[in-house]
Design a protein around this ligand. Structure first.
Ligand code: MLT
Length: 317
């Protein structure tokens, strides 16, 4: 029997391939601390996580039978990939299943930002009829800067009729080879910072992208820019963004992600009147959660059974 531990809330429907398999014994224990996970991980062959569980080297050292770690989602920044590689543990993710949901959430955040929807809602339900303070902007004729050429970055402008009708001009940052393949001419970060009306972030968090938008970028930014980040916290320097909002350089920002999640209760994003925040909900739809759980379960079971598999983020050496 292969023993699989699911340590984050993952769709039951999506896990059915594992729960129904005769050669798999599955345990779902969520909300564990690192120490608690270390104390129970030893017998398991596979660990399935979303983003809450931080899979550290210590956990992998205690998981002496671990063969595979499955991530029900795209980002693997909560898994120590070096440790996994050195211990011969395969890490697989589910890169496709939540693309549409994350694109849609990002688009919703962009629209909410353009029209102050959460702020206006809060005032209206509080009994105030305030129209003057919520003057919005159209997307029409605007420039959208997209940082990142992955599925979600590209998805920001592949909305067909919307782009044509609204004459939204998009500027992209990404890898040259990918841009050539897609027939896209790349812009520079500097060009986007100086010209875009909306900037949306779609890169992973790496050493190169950490704080890629910080003080020096805000200093030369087009005044009145609106920024959306539904990718990863830490790509934009949070303290510099707050300063830029206060100085009127940035007109508003909508963030689904934070440098530290969940943020502290006194985090300035939570109180700033020009900020819209959601608790990392990009992939939180019924459909996306089922998709990623189905995808990752299939690969995990294949790996356990020594069958061909895909979506490996790191393969053992
Ligand atoms: C992801 O990396 O897939 C997203 O951040 C969504 C998530 O994990 O909830």
């Amino acid at each position: 029997m292969y023993k699989v531990l699911v340590s984050d809330p993952i769709s039951d429907f999506g896990l059915q391939q594992l729960t129904r398999a005769e050669d798999v014994e599955i345990a779902q224990i969520t909300g564990l601390t690192e120490e608690e996970l270390i104390s129970i991980i030893r017998p398991y062959d596979a660990l399935l996580v979303r983003s809450q569980t931080k899979v550290t080297r210590r956990i992998m050292e205690a998981g002496v039978h671990l063969k595979v770690i499955g991530r029900a989602g795209v980002g693997v920044d909560n898994i120590d990939l070096d440790a996994a590689t050195s211990r011969g543990i395969i890490v697989v993710n589910a890169p496709d299943g939540n693309t549409v949901s994350t694109c849609e959430h990002t688009f919703a955040m962009r629209m909410a930002l353009a029209r102050h929807i959460p702020q206006a809602h809060a005032k209206t339900v509080a009994g105030l009829w305030e129209r003057k303070s919520f003057l919005g902007v159209e997307l029409r004729n605007k420039i959208l800067g997209v940082l990142g050429l992955g599925r979600i970055g590209i998805g920001q402008t592949r909305s067909g009729i919307w782009d044509d009708r609204y004459r939204l001009r998009s500027l992209f940052i990404g890898r040259k080879a990918k841009a050539n393949k897609l027939g896209i001419k790349l812009a520079t970060v500097d060009e986007i910072i100086r010209t875009a009306d909306f900037m949306t972030i779609h890169t992973p968090l790496t050493n190169e992208t950490h704080h890629m938008i910080a003080g020096p970028q805000f200093d030369v930014m087009k005044r009145g820019m609106r920024i959306i980040n539904c990718a990863r916290g830490g790509i934009i320097d949070e303290a510099s963004l707050i300063e830029a909002l206060d100085e009127g350089i940035v007109a508003g920002a909508a963030f689904d992600v934070f440098e530290c999640e969940p943020p502290a209760s006194d985090h300035p994003f939570l109180r700033h009147p020009k900020m819209i925040v959601t608790p990392h909900l990009g992939a939180s739809t019924l459909e996306a959660q089922e998709n990623v759980a189905l995808d990752v379960s299939e690969q995990v079971i294949r790996i356990l059974r020594n069958e061909p598999f895909k979506n490996a983020v790191t393969i053992s050496v």
